[in-house]
Ligand binder design. Structure first.
Ligand code: SAM
Length: 321
């Protein structure tokens, strides 16, 4: 059985962007009614139960976590829980600049920032709505505030494969780790077609045209990235090969809480356990929540199902990345 010590808490299914691999453009967005989204008190209660079962690290995500009001208040309460050693945040950073100080003060230690392109027009096209300048301002604010940013780039054939070297140079200029992520068929299986899918092995070949990559024995954060040193540059590059790395799931230590209260033991499996009926029942006890948790952990799949004709269900935006 996997030892689960890391929990991703999705605080909203809403996003101010519409990246095609997360929220396909041809899908009508149906945000969950507000009443179906867990309140901060409910999320904290789940987090408290999680810590009693050995979870020590949390990551706040979504949708876009910064679209939810007062998310820093949730984080400072989370930070007070006994046993919590690390709180991270995943964000597209377009709303980060004015919030960075507050988030740092609330207890966020590190932020993962999505950056798939450095071309303003392509950024707008890929995100549906976003402005690259807002994201870059968010990155600078995160750096200035000591939020230890890492950059995440989803690999997209024909969309950003010609930019990998530029992204590396940008990351090196800011001295930030950069991770390349293989597309997963979370929201649409279109991402796996020959025209769209770019493997980490192929990305490494493209990068090797300019840089030597040497495997590095480092672990930055709590994720499944495999890191390399880049000759001549002061940064590490990470590769997250969810589709092509056959050992990808071996060290998985994660469980997810969706914004509507489902515990999800594996991103690449439709298995979910609903905590909301317990959370919202009169007189429910933490022991009952713990039961659901233990059932979830007990049934955590040994590996994801993405390579087994996985049919996308809920969109990534609603699962929580
Ligand atoms: N909105 C936040 C953000 O942009 O980081 C948090 C949620 S987002 C779903 C978390 C991460 O998942 C981002 O780095 C995003 O690029 C990545 N992601 C979304 N859909 C994906 C997919 N189909 N395959 C691989 N990564 C994906």
């Amino acid at each position: 059985m996997h030892l689960v010590t890391y929990m991703r808490l999705s605080v909203t299914d809403r996003c101010n962007e519409r990246c095609a691999y997360c929220l396909p453009h041809d899908v009508t967005v149906e945000w969950l009614p507000k009443g179906q989204i867990l309140t901060y008190e409910e999320i904290l209660r789940v987090a408290r139960v999680a810590t009693s079962l050995g979870v020590t690290k949390f990551r706040i995500t979504g949708g876009e976590p910064l679209v939810r009001k007062n998310v820093a208040d949730l984080i400072s309460e989370l930070n007070k829980l006994a046993g919590v050693t690390d709180i991270g945040l995943s964000t597209n950073a377009t709303l980060l600049a004015p919030l960075a100080d507050k988030l740092r003060a609330a207890g966020v230690r590190r932020v993962n920032i999505s950056l798939d392109t450095l071309n303003p027009d392509r950024y707008h096209e890929l995100t549906g709505t976003g402005r690259l300048s807002d994201c870059l301002a968010g990155i600078d604010a995160a750096l200035a505030t000591g939020l230890q940013p890492k950059l995440n780039c989803v690999l997209m054939k024909g969309k950003n494969d010609a930019e990998l070297l530029d992204l590396i140079e940008f990351a090196a200029g800011k001295r930030l780790p950069l991770r390349f992520i293989e597309m997963m068929p979370l929201s649409t299986s279109e991402v796996l077609t020959d025209e769209n899918f770019l493997s980490i092995a192929h990305a490494r070949q493209l990068i090797a045209r300019r840089y030597d990559l040497t495997p590095a024995d480092v672990k930055l954060g709590n994720g499944p990235a495999v890191y390399y040193q880049v000759n001549g540059l002061p940064i590490h590059l990470g590769f997250i090969g969810a589709m092509t790395n056959l050992h990808f799931c071996e060290s998985c230590n994660k469980v997810r809480l969706t914004a509507d209260g489902k515990l999800r033991p594996c991103l690449g499996s439709h298995l979910e356990y609903d905590l909301k009926p317990v959370l919202r029942a009169a007189d429910s006890t933490d022991a009952q929540l713990r039961e659901v948790f233990l059932q979830t952990l007990h049934n955590k799949p040994a590996e994801h199902e993405f390579r087994a004709n996985y049919v996308p269900g809920r969109k990534m935006v609603a699962i929580g990345g």
